[in-house]
Design a protein. Structure first.
Length: 305
């Protein structure tokens, strides 16, 4: 049986009659990189604040590392690292000096070697003496993760760690998350509003919207379904309709528009249908496959769902 590192049951939080989180359930297993997905305003940050005991839920229960959060806040905080807000540092001090000061404030016995090992872990060892003001945004984000890792936590909670980063910065954080999971054996709870970002690093995920669960499962189950929505852009939809009338592809049609026909297909059927159109003399301008989950996620993030 999987060991649950986070166990949330029927979690709810209301702010001035606005239901930020409503009846939320989720389970994170040891070793997971768990994607916590949803559009901005879905309730992700509120949930994370409750996981960090920064705010109190109206209803529901939270267990972290097998312990009730309500009764074991101090013990849990010693075993969890998190970036909840954009990390702040003393810009005119070095990365090493910043972590040294933070380690003293925390009251935890953190050695100089541990500080250097942590900076090495996030790829900043060679720049440990550089002032933080010389760091790129991506480097500052990695320093923030170093801060969360200083006390060698079992669970790491990251709230939108790639916000505002350029593609290189996003890749650096992604590679670091994978390293923390695969090489360091950490459990990572990753909040994001970008499906593609989570797809590349997570093994399990949940999508929430308006404080409620939309879908939960393994990434492979949710994203690698054989069934795809495939849009065929054609020169003449009327002619395409005629050739489809008595063909087996009719039952696969989802909808028509002025220039497109949308089908529900398995991946290996796309080539067959394309061949059918070509042999029937229908000119194909474009074929665009997309996953049904991706479509749904785009709907909820654009506010059309």
């Amino acid at each position: 049986m999987e060991e649950k590192v986070i166990e949330v049951k029927n979690l709810s939080k209301v702010f001035r009659e606005v239901k930020a989180v409503e009846g939320l359930n989720l389970n994170v297993n040891r070793g997971d990189v768990f994607g916590f997905l949803g559009p901005n305003g879905a309730g992700k940050s509120t949930t994370i604040r409750m996981l960090m005991a920064l705010i109190t839920p109206q209803e529901g229960s939270i267990k972290i590392l097998g312990l009730s959060l309500n009764q074991n806040k101090k013990e849990i905080s010693a075993r969890v690292g998190a970036i909840v807000e954009k990390p702040d540092f003393y810009n005119y001090l070095s990365a090493y000096k910043n972590l040294e000061i933070l380690s003293r404030i925390s009251g935890k016995n953190i050695t100089k070697k541990r500080i250097m090992d942590t900076l090495d872990l996030v790829g900043l060892g060679s720049r440990h003496n550089s002032k933080v003001k010389t760091y790129s945004h991506g480097m500052k984000q990695r320093l923030g993760i170093a801060q969360a890792l200083l006390h060698d936590p079992e669970l790491i909670i990251l709230d939108e760690p790639t916000t505002g980063l350029d593609p290189q910065g996003v890749k650096e954080i992604r590679d670091l998350i994978i390293h923390l999971s695969k090489s360091e054996g950490k459990t990572v709870f990753l909040s994001s509003h970008i499906l593609s970002e989570v797809e590349l690093v997570a093994n399990r995920m949940i999508i929430i919207n308006k404080g409620k669960t939309v879908v939960e499962g393994t990434v492979s189950e949710l994203l690698n379904s054989k069934i795809l929505k495939v849009t065929f852009e054609v020169d003449n939809v009327a002619n395409a309709k005629k050739v489809l009338e008595n063909a087996r592809w009719t039952e696969k049609i989802q909808s028509f528009s002025q220039k497109e026909i949308i089908f529900q297909l398995e991946s290996d059927e796309i080539g067959e249908l394309n061949k059918f159109f070509v042999e029937a003399g229908i000119s194909i301008k474009a074929i665009v496959p997309s996953r049904s989950l991706e479509d749904y996620f785009l709907k909820i993030t654009s506010g059309t769902e």
